[in-house]
Design a protein around this ligand. Structure first.
Ligand SMILES: [Zn+2]
Length: 142
């Protein structure tokens, strides 16, 4: 485990994200209730998570943009066993892939019962805070 990761692991044992200078705008945005992603200045591709170069054309000219918060469910799984001990008391819970209206996809969780999840289900950003870290979760849009 890196020094940075150890510094961010709370007493609860829940693994927390390691914030780097590259990813800091993403985490700062969530703290402000905004989901930010990167867009390539050369080809217009948009992506998450943070990286130095555009995954489509490898250009290193890009800028952060704020998502409008809308998206759709691409896929999900339901965890029925606590794979990590810190999450054992949370089962069952879902881990989902959401595609933002602007194009980037992220791994997240949908704040909804299992029977409300569906492929292409429209969802909306729900800022979520845990252990002092702000996370992007989503809720179905009816
Ligand atoms: Zn590009």
């Amino acid at each position: 485990m890196s020094e940075a990761a150890a510094a961010l692991t709370p007493a609860s044992g829940i693994p927390l994200p390691v914030v780097t200078e590259l990813s800091r705008p993403y985490w700062d945005g969530l703290a402000e209730g905004e989901l930010r992603f990167q867009r390539c200045a050369a080809c217009g591709n948009a992506w998450l998570p943070a990286r130095e170069e555009c995954p489509a054309c490898l250009a290193d000219a890009w800028a952060w943009e704020a998502s409008g918060g809308g998206g759709r469910v691409i896929s999900w799984v339901i965890y029925r066993q606590g794979v990590h001990p810190a999450f054992a008391d949370r089962v069952p819970y879902n881990v989902a892939v959401v595609e933002l209206d602007e194009g980037p996809r992220l791994i997240t969780s949908i704040d909804a019962p299992e029977d409300a999840l569906a492929i292409e289900q429209p969802v909306r950003l729900v800022p979520w805070s845990e252990q002092g870290v702000h996370l992007a979760r989503f809720a179905p849009v009816s």
